[in-house]
Design a binder for this molecule. Structure first.
Ligand SMILES: *[C@@H]1O[C@H](CO)[C@@H](O)[C@H](O)[C@H]1NC(C)=O
Ligand SMILES: *[C@@H]1O[C@H](CO)[C@@H](O)[C@H](O)[C@H]1NC(C)=O
Ligand SMILES: *[C@@H]1O[C@H](CO)[C@@H](O)[C@H](O)[C@H]1NC(C)=O
Ligand SMILES: *[C@@H]1O[C@H](CO)[C@@H](O)[C@H](O)[C@H]1NC(C)=O
Ligand SMILES: [Ca+2]
Length: 408
């Protein structure tokens, strides 16, 4: 904390001394400029406005009906507006949008985290775009009894300066029904180095989108079929519903500081294509846990590895919050799909409606050494038996292994 504020102070001094350099300053990880909408417009907040007319929102460009809303405010139907963070947020009317330009590193991948709440309409959705990339985020499912959730999407920067646009694609009869958004943050994504003994990229989910320290709801990761550009590097969300990215500040996380909670039953699937060598025997192991969020048991995951699919029920030893599960499989190709979903649709015991589910962490895929030993033992026997007939076999095998070492 102290370190980052020291960095900010240095940056500030730097920008004072070299004002012409400030245009080159990259947008820092964290809230974008006035990303929480708490900055006072020059003509005051609408709730305290004397004069009518459109409110300008500092640091944002707006199109259509965009309103600053305050917590505690009600819409005409008497419904209380939900403001995700602080006391202000924006509501986007039909086809309305807000945008701001962010300075990024061309060619890098970024995750955008934002909080959203739907109001009266059922079928609200947001189009979040960094042209030419765009993603539609469906706000129909209420994952949380609080009525709002953080979401994350990602994009690859094609320019050094890119517009970040949030648009309400809905067309409601009541213009007061439109999504509310708040707490918009950005983070440059890093794809971790691949460990030698594990084919899974970002196996412990430690690399992912921005999470606010003071937000206890995790971050929902909606459908993302693009493995190259994912808010969770290496992983795809293959399903219509989201999975929840969780942190150890607010949840029980089996390994490190981050993990994934499968909150959408069979409709929330995370997957990865891992590099494998055809015909080799592999083990997939992972931690299966409980997030410590009062999620009602039973919890279970279905784990897929190539042509294997296996169901694991959460039954940890004594007071542990997770257990190890494994699936053995034979690779059929250069790439093998591994995937997980929750067998059940779980909700919390306290509010009976917030969605929750099993936690997956520390996913590993490696060549099954036990079987490799068995194989080579068998081969030694075969070699003894057929020594004169198959002199080359052992040699080939060794070559394969040394190649494996080089590429793994
Ligand atoms: C969390 O902290 C940020 C930054 O201080 C603030 O803008 C936001 O409103 C807070 N969110 C919540 C849910 O309290
Ligand atoms: C989002 O809006 C942009 C600009 O209007 C459009 O080109 C794009 O197709 C939309 N994306 C989705 C996923 O709806
Ligand atoms: C269970 O809790 C006890 C006491 O807190 C602790 O000593 C023990 O290591 C825990 N066991 C496991 C498996 O976490
Ligand atoms: C997977 O294979 C290893 C040895 O190769 C064995 O110890 C383990 O029990 C197997 N696991 C399952 C789930 O079959
Ligand atoms: Ca982890």
């Amino acid at each position: 904390m102290a370190k980052s504020s020291a960095i900010k102070r240095c940056l500030f001094l730097f920008m004072l001394i070299f004002p012409h350099f400030s245009t080159l300053a990259l947008t820092e990880d964290g809230l974008v400029a006035n990303g929480d909408f708490e900055a006072r417009p020059s003509n005051g907040f609408p709730s305290e406005a004397i004069a009518d007319g459109p409110t300008e929102i500092p640091s944002w460009r707006t199109k259509g009906r965009v309103e600053l809303v305050s917590s505690g405010e009600k819409v005409s139907g008497g419904m209380l507006l939900i403001v995700p963070g602080g006391s202000k947020a924006v509501r986007l009317g039909n086809d309305a949008e807000i945008s701001q330009e962010v300075t990024v590193e061309k060619g890098s991948t970024y995750a955008v985290t934002f909080s959203a709440a739907r109001t009266c309409a059922q079928l609200e959705s947001l189009n979040v775009s960094v042209p030419p990339a765009s993603q539609s985020v469906d706000l129909q499912t209420l994952y949380n009894v609080q009525g709002w959730d953080p979401y994350s999407i990602s994009f690859e920067a094609e320019e050094d300066k890119v517009p970040l646009v949030f648009r309400n694609t809905g067309m409601e009869d009541d213009p007061e029904c439109g999504p509310i958004i708040d707490d918009i943050a950005i983070k440059k994504l890093i794809t971790p180095d691949q460990p030698k003994d594990n084919a899974v990229v970002n196996s412990g989910f430690e690399f992912g989108p921005w999470m606010f320290q003071n937000v206890s709801l995790g971050v929902l990761l909606p459908t993302n079929l693009d493995e190259e550009t994912s808010p969770l590097p290496g992983w795809m969300v293959e399903s219509t519903r989201a999975v929840r990215y969780i942190d150890s500040n607010h949840y029980a996380v089996p390994e490190g500081k981050r993990a994934v909670e499968l909150v959408s039953g069979k409709e929330g699937i995370i997957s990865q294509m891992v590099e494998t060598r055809p015909d080799k025997l592999y083990s997939l192991t992972f931690f299966l846990g409980h997030a410590g969020d009062k999620c009602k048991e039973p919890l279970a995951v279905m784990a897929f590895a190539g042509d294997q699919a296996q169901n694991f029920h959460y039954t940890p030893d004594s007071n542990s919050t997770f257990q190890v599960a494994s699936v053995n499989f034979t690779a059929k190709a250069e790439r093998t799909r591994i995937a997980f979903y929750s067998v059940y649709y779980n909700t919390r015991t306290d509010d009976m409606s917030s969605l929750c589910g099993p936690v997956v962490d520390d996913v590993r895929v490696w060549v099954s050494t036990e079987r490799k030993k068995q194989e080579s033992r068998r081969e030694v026997k075969e070699k003894r038996r057929f020594h004169h007939r198959r002199p080359k076999r052992r040699h080939d095998h060794e070559q394969g292994q040394s190649q494996n070492k080089k590429t793994s």
